[in-house]
Design a protein around this ligand. Structure first.
Ligand SMILES: Nc1ncnc2c1ncn2[C@@H]1O[C@H](COP(=O)(O)OP(=O)(O)OP(=O)(O)O)[C@@H](O)[C@H]1O
Ligand SMILES: Cc1ncc(C[n+]2csc(CCOP(=O)(O)O)c2C)c(N)n1
Ligand SMILES: [Mg+2]
Ligand SMILES: [Mg+2]
Ligand SMILES: [Mg+2]
Length: 325
C-alpha cells in the first residue's frame, strides 16, 4: 500500500507495537505529546542524533529495508558506545515520499526494532512527514553513563597507547563489492549492511580507565585527527601493527590499492578508536577484539603513519565529508 493510501495515523499505529524492551525506564512511550522516561540518579545523560538519506547512506542496490533500520540504530547506538555509555531510549523521524510503499517503511522499523531489542533500547516516539525528496530517516538517541566517567575526544594524553576494536575498512569494502556486483566478500557485505555497535567494549574500556574514545563513522583518518586536535596531541600509527580482515586484503589487492585507504577514509565501520594509559595495556590487550596500533606523542596536533621502513606519512583528516564530493 502507498503511504498516501495508508495515511499518517494508520502508519504510526502500524509501527507502534513491540517498541519497549526495558519497561523499567519508560513512564510514557508512543502516544502523547512527549515521551517520559526515568533518568537514573548518579548518571549523566547522553544525547546524539544521526540521519540516513536514500541515495547518500543507502540505495536499493546496497541495503535492504530491514538493514536501513538496523544500520540507523547502530549509527546512533555507536555514538553512545563512543562515550563509554549505555543506550536507553530513541525517537525516530521519518520523511517519506507519498507514493512510497508503506511495507518498505515497516521493514525499516523491523530492522530498527531488531537492533534496539538486542541492546534493550526503547523506541519511545517519533515524527512522520511527507516529502517530495528522497526517503529520510532520522534517529535521536538517549543514553547514560556513571557521572564524570564519560570518555571525550579531548582526553588523550602523551604516552597513551592507541587502539581500535575488531577490524576496520570492512564496511567500505562491502559497499564497493555490493556496488560492483562482486561475488563473495560476505563478511564485508554483512558489516556494511548490519554493522554492530561496540557497546560492550566501550563500557569495558571506560571502566578499565581509557582516556579518550571516538566511533569510526567517517574513517579512522578523520576520527584520529578529531582526537589529536581535541586533545592537543600528536598520534603515531604503526603500519606494521594493523591487522586487516582477509577480505579487505583480497579486495585491496584486486583493486591495486592499499587496504589502509579503506580503513582510513572508508568509514561506517562503527568500531571504536581509543587511547589508554600504559598501566592498563596488558588488561586491554587481553580482551577479545582489540588491536593496539599506535601511540600518543608530544608535538603539533596531527596524525601520522610510521611505515615499516621508518618513514613518517601524514594522515590527513580526510574521512567522509558530505559536502566535499
Ligand atoms: N546541523 C547541526 N547543528 C548543530 N550541531 C550539529 C549539526 N551537525 C552536527 N552537529 C554537532 O557537531 C558535532 C559533530 O557531529 P558529527 O555528525 O560529525 O558527529 P560524529 O559522530 O563524529 O559523525 P557521524 O555523523 O559520522 O556519526 C556533534 O556534536 C553534533 O551534535
Ligand atoms: C549508496 C551509498 N553510497 C555511499 C555510501 C558511503 N557513505 C555514505 S555516508 C558515509 C559516512 C557516514 O555518514 P554520516 O557522517 O552521515 O554518519 C559513507 C561512508 C553509502 N553508505 N551508501
Ligand atoms: Mg552525525
Ligand atoms: Mg560519532
Ligand atoms: Mg554519529
Amino acid at each position: 500500500m502507498q503511504m498516501r493510501e495508508m495515511g499518517e495515523f494508520n502508519f504510526i499505529k502500524s509501527v507502534a507495537d513491540d517498541t519497549i524492551y526495558d519497561m523499567s525506564t519508560v513512564i510514557c512511550g508512543i502516544g502523547d505529546d512527549c515521551a517520559v522516561y526515568k533518568a537514573k540518579k548518579g548518571y549523566h545523560q547522553l544525547v546524539s542524533t544521526d540521519m540516513m538519506v536514500e541515495g547518500i547512506h543507502f540505495s536499493s542496490k546496497t541495503t535492504a529495508p530491514f538493514d536501513i533500520g538496523y544500520r540507523l540504530g547502530t549509527a546512533n547506538i555507536s555514538d553512545i558506545a563512543a562515550m563509554g555509555g549505555v543506550p536507553r531510549q530513541v525517537v525516530i523521524a521519518v520523511a517519506a515520499p507519498p507514493d512510497g510503499n508503506s511495507q518498505r517503511l515497516q521493514e525499516i522499523y523491523e530492522g530498527l526494532k531488531s537492533i534496539c531489542k538486542i541492546h534493550h533500547v526503547n523506541i519511545i516516539g517519533g515524527d512522520t512527514v511527507r516529502t517530495d525528496g528522497p526517503l529520510t530517516v532520522s534517529l535521536t538517541i538517549i543514553g547514560e553513563v556513571p557521572e564524570e566517567t564519560e570518555l571525550y575526544r579531548s582526553g588523550a594524553q602523551v604516552g597513551d597507547v592507541v587502539g581500535i576494536t575488531n577490524t576496520i575498512g570492512d564496511s567500505a569494502v562491502g559497499l564497493e563489492a555490493l556496488l560492483d556486483n562482486a561475488r563473495g566478500y560476505l563478511h564485508c557485505k554483512r558489516v556494511h549492511q548490519r554493522p554492530e555497535p561496540q557497546v560492550y567494549l566501550g563500557n569495558v574500556l571506560r571502566s578499565l580507565g581509557a582516556h579518550a574514545m571516538n566511533d569510526i563513522s567517517d574513517g579512522l583518518g578523520s576520527e584520529l585527527n578529531e582526537i589529536a586536535h581535541a586533545s592537543g596531541v600528536a598520534i603515531e600509527i604503526d603500519e606494521t601493527a594493523m591487522r586487516f580482515h582477509p577480505e579487505v586484503i583480497q579486495w585491496a589487492k584486486k583493486k591495486e590499492i592499499s587496504p589502509w585507504s579503506f580503513a582510513l577514509y572508508g568509514g561506517e565501520d562503527f568500531q571504536l578508536v581509543f587511547t589508554i594509559p600504559e598501566n592498563i595495556v596488558n588488561e586491554v590487550s587481553a580482551l577479545e577484539g582489540i588491536q593496539l596500533i599506535g601511540h600518543v606523542v608530544s608535538g603539533a596536533p596531527g596524525v601520522c603513519l610510521r611505515t615499516a621502513q621508518g618513514e613518517k606519512k601524514i594522515i590527513p583528516a580526510q574521512g567522509y565529508n558530505h559536502f566535499s564530493k
